[in-house]
Structures are given as structure tokens and as C-alpha cells.
Design a protein around this ligand. Structure first.
Ligand code: URA
Length: 233
């Protein structure tokens, strides 16, 4: 098994993030540092990260958090800001699946299952992420059509999105936007491409997993049905 897949199966992080552990020289195989991503781990090999032996964990953990604004969705923050792991305190190590901006709220999954995290995050999986978005002003039909067709912003192409107008409040518009890509600042950049601003952003669903009535800042373990759904992806 490739070294990044092995590290991910130990519950350290998603496969992509585990590549960084290797490239940063934090991994040893049978006592020798490894930095090649092509490194294969075989039965009986001893793998260490930061001097600690790691091994694949079997019982996995799946959690959903209603992330509040004002915390980062990474495991640690170099600016010392509050992280989602300051809210979700469990004895075993879990990591956030993908990311929500500091000022974005809503559904964030945390797990130690690198395979599932990979499936959810990889654009090729085509898993729909649904956002509730309050946009400044009232986008015209032509603007909505552009969002649906796919827009460019800052040299990045954003693919077609599902866009539904939910209503207007005080001259601003509530939209529901469905995307599958998971690019950085995806929704904000799509809206900025229209010359408008996002005033409020909340993720409400990832595929069939819905935030439901979970309060802001609360978290819970996923149900067996939700876990089966993720495994079926
Ligand atoms: N799109 C964004 O712009 N920000 C998020 O946090 C999530 C999606």
C-alpha cells in the first residue's frame, strides 16, 4: 500500500494531507526517513510519524458539527485562533473533512476514515454540497444564468452550479446553491464574479447527509444509516 494511503488508514488525515507529512520529512519506514510519495508499505513494516509508531485503526469515528463562525476548520492554526477541534473534543484523533471558511457556518464532517474523507472531498466523486447563501442585492436572471452555466473568477473556472432563489429580505437575496467541486472560497468567488458580496454562508448538506436541527456549535456522532450512506459512495 502506498505510504500516504497507509498513513490515512491510521487515521492521521486525508490521503492528500498525509502526502505533506511525507514530503515534510516527518515519516520513517523501518527506522529510515522517507520522502518519496511512491514508497510502498508492506506487511510487517514499521511506520513512524514524528517518532511515534502508527498502525491502521479499525473502528472508525464519524461526527457532524454545526460549525459556528469564528473558528477555523483545520486541526491547528498558526495564528492561534479557535479550531473546530476545540469544540469537538473526543479521545481519539479525528480530522475535518474539507474546509469551511472562518466566517462560514454549517455542516462539517470529522472522521478518522481517510478513505471516506477522500471520497467526499475529491471533485471526481461529484458529491453535491448544498449551501444557503445570503447575497447582497438582487441578482438578475442573467446573473443567475451565468452562475448556473459556470463562472470564472481570479483565473479559476468554477463549474456549473444548481441555483435556486429562496426569497428576498431587506433588499438582499437568499439563494440555495449546490456545487460539487469543493474549491477554496468557491461560493464567495462565484458570487464575487457577479460583482456582488456574500453576506452569510452556511453549508446545509453534503450528499444525503443533512445538518437538520443540529444547533450552532453542537456536534453529534453520525447514525449507522448515515455511515452506511457514506460507505456506499
Ligand atoms: N465556499 C466558500 O466561499 N466558503 C466556504 O467556506 C465554503 C464554500
Amino acid at each position: 500500500m502506498r505510504i500516504n494511503k497507509y498513513l490515512s488508514s491510521c487515521g492521521l488525515d486525508s490521503r492528500r494531507k498525509c502526502e505533506a507529512l511525507v514530503l515534510d520529512g516527518r515519516v520513517r519506514l523501518n527506522g529510515k526517513p522517507v520522502t518519496a510519495l511512491a514508497t510502498e508499505v508492506k506487511d510487517g513494516d514499521v511506520v513512524e510519524v514524528d517518532g511515534r509508531t502508527v498502525s491502521p485503526s479499525h473502528k472508525k469515528t464519524y461526527i457532524m458539527l454545526n460549525k459556528p463562525k469564528g473558528c477555523v476548520s483545520t486541526a491547528s492554526d498558526d495564528r492561534g485562533r479557535r479550531t473546530v477541534l476545540d469544540i469537538v473534543k473526543v479521545s481519539h484523533r479525528v480530522f475535518p473533512v474539507g474546509r469551511l471558511d472562518y466566517d462560514t457556518e454549517g455542516l462539517l464532517l470529522l472522521t478518522d476514515d481517510g478513505d471516506i474523507a477522500n471520497k467526499i472531498m475529491h471533485p471526481s466523486g461529484g458529491i453535491k454540497k448544498l449551501y444557503s447563501v445570503r447575497v447582497e442585492g438582487e441578482p438578475t436572471e442573467a446573473e443567475l444564468k451565468r452562475l448556473r452555466a459556470g463562472v470564472q473568477y481570479g483565473g479559476v473556472q468554477y463549474s456549473s452550479a444548481g441555483v435556486k432563489v429562496v426569497g428576498t429580505e431587506n433588499g438582499n437575496t437568499r439563494l440555495e446553491i449546490t456545487v460539487t467541486e469543493g474549491k477554496n472560497h468557491e461560493i464567495k468567488n462565484m458570487i464575487e464574479s457577479l460583482g456582488r458580496r456574500v453576506l452569510f454562508l452556511k453549508r446545509v448538506a453534503i450528499g444525503d447527509i443533512r445538518l437538520g436541527g443540529l444547533s450552532r456549535g453542537e456536534w453529534r456522532y453520525l447514525s449507522p444509516r448515515e455511515i452506511d450512506y457514506l460507505k456506499s459512495l
